[in-house]
Design a protein around this ligand. Structure first.
Ligand code: DAK
Length: 259
């Protein structure tokens, strides 16, 4: 992989977009590598949490690569869009939890890829924004859809129409960032959160992720039916037996096996 770094340790995959000279901008090659890498991680049952970050201290991802897009034909633009749709969809729907460690600029496609993750933790210097309208395009990696779902229609419209960059604190206040931490603590903070997630039944966490994602895109009644079905499914697992038995035996140590 030319544009990504991957470290897997203690159930956590730390995936770094590594193009610091262009502030980790997403070009087609990077999107393609992301797809390959996420496909492999999806099938790796040793990995329970994926932390996605950017190389360096300045940027998480400063958007799609403008130098590649400037002369791209509609067909090339479409290919790029499809690559991103697939990679972002993987982050959003893979059974593992995905955390975006937003270590600086998260603009355009950078803000959008962070929103495809389950959780966003921002460093104090992070800046979020959707500057596409200033380039004569509109957000096209899900920004008009995911931003509105995360922060509401009014705030999403303001951010997209003005192209304003907002601070990590403002992103936190509007629910775009879950937490804001000093940059030096960002990855450890995300790893500690991953540790708390990994103490729980991985299959149950994956089902909960599925219930939330699918349920948010449907009406309440259908969402509640889906929840009931997935809840029923969790009763078929060894993990349910183990989790409840540990409670009744007043045992802190639990041995979840993910099925
Ligand atoms: N693409 C390419 N290169 C970039 C880049 C980007 N998005 N952002 C930064 N760089 C490069 C700069 O060109 C510069 O390169 P050199 O000049 O050193 O060779 C280097 O990174 C450092 O950047 P600056 O010199 O500009 O650094 P500053 O600290 O002055 O400014 C900045 C940092 C992040 C405020 C600034 O670089 C900036 O405004 N960057 C652009 C941010 C932006 O507009 N991002 C949105 C891109 S549009 C699609 C769907 C969606 C999309 C595309 C296709 N389809 C469905 C097909 C998404 C579009 C976007 O994301």
């Amino acid at each position: 992989m030319n544009n990504l770094l991957l470290e897997i340790e203690n159930g956590i995959a730390l995936l770094t977009i590594n193009r610091p000279k262009s502030l980790n901008a997403l070009n087609s090659e990077t999107l393609s590598e992301l797809n390959t890498c996420l496909r492999e991680l999806e099938g790796n049952t040793d990995v329970k949490v994926v932390i996605l970050t950017g190389s360096g201290e300045k940027a998480f991802v400063a958007g799609a690569d403008i130098s590649e897009m400037v002369n791209a034909t509609p067909a090339e633009g479409r290919t790029m869009g499809l690559l991103a749709k697939e990679a972002f969809g993987r982050l959003e729907n893979m059974p593992q939890v995905t955390i975006a460690a937003v270590n600086g600029y998260a603009l355009g496609g950078g803000c959008e890829i962070s929103m495809a993750c389950d959780i966003r933790v921002a460093s104090e210097n992070a800046k979020f924004g959707q500057p596409e309208c200033g380039l004569g395009i509109l957000p096209g990696f899900g920004g008009t859809q995911r931003l509105a779902r995360l922060v509401g229609k009014g705030r999403a419209k303001e951010l997209i129409f003005t192209c304003d960059q907002i601070s990590a604190e403002d992103a936190y206040r509007m629910g775009l960032a879950n937490h804001v931490v000093p940059q030096a603590e960002l990855i450890d903070y995300c790893k500690a959160m991953a540790g708390r997630i990994m103490k729980n039944g991985p299959f149950a966490v994956a089902l909960a992720k599925q219930a939330i994602n699918t349920g948010m895109d449907t009406d309440l009644d259908s969402g509640l039916k889906l929840e009931a079905n997935l809840f029923g499914l969790s009763f078929s697992t060894e993990d349910k037996k183990e989790g409840m038995t540990a409670f009744l035996e007043k045992r802190k140590e639990k041995h979840f096996i993910g099925k």
